[in-house]
Design a protein around this ligand. Structure first.
Ligand code: ADP
Ligand code: MG
Length: 680
């Protein structure tokens, strides 16, 4: 079967339609038959006219009682047709469809599908599709509706897809091995492909979809797990010294670690002492205390005779880490240095020299660490903080600076565990699911425009008490269409009109890093009262004196992001507040705001976010590097995902390189993924 055949050879596809199909991303026969419906309309079960409910879309079978009459109405024409069944009569109307005039024969039966209105017992149906009684192209079955059609109508696209499906009917080569089809009760590819487009009943659709989703998720899982096996199979990881105790660091801390921190440290400790290289993802909500975990791991690496590298996404954050590390590790005779792009050439040269000599034990820095001229003497541990800001590529590039160093990736983006397995299938996962005791909950309020003055008064009160405030808005430049407030404009109004007495500054992602750092530094020192900002402040900066954050147009942010932002306050001894200003009245917006006000638990929030937005959006904002799925929806398909996970693990346990004959097809699927999708 030539699945790579150009769509232009499909029946009904002329040159102009080829272009439109291409716009939909459909170039080949395979693209065409895998252009899955967005939803379906059940036009298979007729109702009698008397049963029609106002506002409902229904199928009726009725007899034409007269000819179509043409009525002129302010430049439009309206076509009217009276129809009847045993239970009653209805008036059918269309607009500007003069060609319908001679379409219907009196006394003949037709099927109409459309929206019904019931006006005091007078049944009307507007602009329905229809078929002659014995035909069923537009009615009488479940009809697929495709996500986008451009200038193609649903009807035309449907016809083209039908033609494509006829060509492949019964001829597709199976892509899953027999034992999986049997074992998981999955339908064959041929049947599933036909039925996903044209199910005779919804049970058909369910079965078809299950099979296609299974295949899509399985190939991704197998690809990721193989990747993981690649770096775990070798027993050539570093074995760190068992006699180096992380408790040396823990005992120096001014607080007691939480149970969750201790558990995670045990997991890391045992990874580090084993022959396999560590590849671990550490998830923990904002403020859960990931930094000390990194510190303990770095300590173990250094005292075992290796160097450690800590990479953070911003200079501020790197500097903050350095300060925290030095406070504790200096006394333990460990040297930490900072590498960010701002340092002088001379200083940098000297630093690189000492790094290569092994005089520096821990190097903390930004992307600058990845640069080619940065050479370690013996890098044994790599930690990347807030990893959602880094791609998989950067992660691996820094690891290449050592020989199989252990890798710890830290993130505050909470992802439900099952999803983390898909997204980070190549990593082991540890979770800090507990905040240090005595944290005050950030009080969160959702307000609309009417409350602006009260909010401003509230901010002023906090500032007078010596606190500082963040005002966050979504965009840098004014986007008139969406009426979003830009940082600059907001800055003007806060500085000149609302708070002329106070020190107001702004910061955004398009500033030079040096400028940004200066402003953050001033804010940290308390030289700024109100900081207007985009989401650049999202990542881990610690300013314990700031206790209030106002988020403008909060409806524009994802919940997980709002949660991240909110984590900037509530870091000190003061009761902290987060005020979400939102616009719009939609049910979803209100529900999302409610979630934020009701919980501070990042995992609950991320589950909700996923539920309220669907997985497409959710993953879009996480810059995860994996492409979107064609048919799977990670939220709805959680049960399938679970069985896929256990299937994938079992398959690779028995045949880690997919070399068995039975797994030949799977090998092909995975090869396809690696070629197209996963960027490593
Ligand atoms: P994050 O996980 O967001 O990176 P940090 O590591 O920056 O969190 O920790 C946030 C704050 O909590 C820091 O000031 C840190 O010193 C403090 N902290 C960490 N662990 C504990 C603990 N077990 N008890 C009390 N405070 C802690
Ligand atoms: Mg952090």
């Amino acid at each position: 079967m030539e699945l790579s055949k150009d769509v232009k050879y499909i029946k009904g596809v002329g040159p102009s339609r080829v272009e439109l199909l291409n716009k939909l991303g459909i170039f080949t026969l395979k693209d065409l038959i895998t252009y899955y419906p967005r939803t379906y309309e059940d036009r298979s079960k007729p109702k009698s006219i008397a049963e029609c409910v106002h506002g409902e879309e229904v199928l009726i079978e009725a007899i034409a009682c007269g000819k179509v009459s043409d009525v002129r109405l302010q430049g439009k024409t309206m076509q009217k047709l009276l129809v009847r069944d045993e239970t009653g009569s209805a008036t059918i109307t269309w607009f500007n469809q003069s060609y319908l005039k001679n379409k219907f024969e009196i006394g003949k039966s037709y099927k109409f599908f459309g929206k019904v209105t019931n006006n005091f017992g007078k049944i009307m149906m507007t602009s329905p599709v229809f078929d002659e009684d014995d035909k069923s192209f537009n009615t009488g079955k479940i009809i697929p509706l495709y996500p986008l059609t451009y200038q193609l109508s649903q009807n035309v696209l449907r016809k083209i897809i039908e033609a494509g499906l006829r060509e492949v009917d019964g001829k597709l080569e199976e892509t899953l091995p027999e034992y999986l089809l049997k074992g998981y009760n999955l339908e064959g590819l041929n049947e599933a492909t036909q039925k996903i487009h044209f199910p005779a009943e919804f049970e058909d659709f369910n079965r078809a979809r299950k099979r296609l989703v299974f295949e899509e998720l399985l190939s991704t899982q197998l690809a990721l797990l193989q990747l993981k096996n690649n770096y775990q199979n070798g027993d050539n990881g570093i074995v760190f010294n068992k006699n180096v105790k992380m408790s040396d660091v823990i005992n120096k801390l001014p607080f007691r670690l939480t149970k969750a921190q201790l558990r995670v440290l045990e997991e890391i400790d045992s990874d580090m002492e084993s022959k396999k290289s560590m590849n671990r993802l550490l998830q923990g909500d904002v403020g859960s205390g990931k930094t000390v975990v990194a510190m303990c791991a770095a300590y173990k690496a250094v005292k075992s005779g290796y160097q450690a590298a800590i990479m953070a996404p911003t200079a501020i954050l790197a500097t903050q880490h350095l300060e925290n590390f030095q406070k504790i590790l200096k006394e333990l005779d460990i040297s930490c240095e900072l590498l960010i792009s701002g340092i002088t050439k001379k200083k940098k040269e000297e630093l690189l020299q000492r790094l290569a000599n092994g005089e520096i034990d821990i190097l903390i820095g930004t992307h600058a660490i990845i640069e080619e001229n940065v050479q370690f003497k013996n890098l044994g541990l790599v930690v990347t903080d807030e990893q959602h800001r880094f791609g998989v590529k950067q992660r691996t590039r820094i690891a290449e600076k050592g020989e199989n160093p252990d890798v710890l990736v830290m993130t505050a983006t909470p992802i439900p565990r099952t999803l983390a397995l898909i997204l980070y299938g190549d990593l082991d996962i540890s979770i800090i699911d507990e905040l240090p005791p005595n944290r005050k909950k950030v009080e969160t309020f959702a307000v609309n425009k009417n409350m602006t003055e009260r909010v401003n008064n509230f901010i002023e009160k906090q500032i007078q008490e010596g606190r500082q405030a963040y005002i966050v808005c979504p965009l840098v430049e004014e986007n008139e269409e969406l009426d979003l407030k830009s940082v600059e404009k907001l800055y003007e109004s806060y500085k000149k009109e609302i708070f002329p007495k106070y020190k107001v500054e702004y910061i955004h992602g398009k500033m030079r890093p040096k400028e940004k750092d200066e402003i953050m530094e001033k804010f940290k020192k308390g030289e700024i009262d109100i900081l207007i900002s985009t989401t650049v402040i999202e990542v881990g900066v610690d300013v314990p004196n700031s206790n209030i954050m106002v988020i403008e147009n909060a409806e524009r942010f994802g919940l997980a992001q709002l949660h991240q932002l909110r984590g900037r306050v509530g870091r000190g001894e003061y009761q902290s507040y987060c005020i979400l200003k939102y616009e719009g009245k939609s049910e979803t917006v209100r529900e999302r705001m409610k979630v934020m006000c009701n919980t501070n638990d990042g995992f609950v929030i991320s589950e909700k976010d996923l539920e309220l937005r669907g997985s497409g959006d959710f993953f879009g904002t996480m810059q995860h590097g994996l492409p979107e799925f064609k048919i799977a929806n990670l939220f709805e398909d959680m049960p399938i995902l679970k069985s896929v996970q256990s299937a994938a693990i079992k398959i690779l346990q028995e045949d880690s390189k997919l070399e068995k004959r039975d797994n030949f097809l799977l090998k092909e699927l995975v090869k396809d993924k690696f070629m197209k999708r996963i960027e490593i």
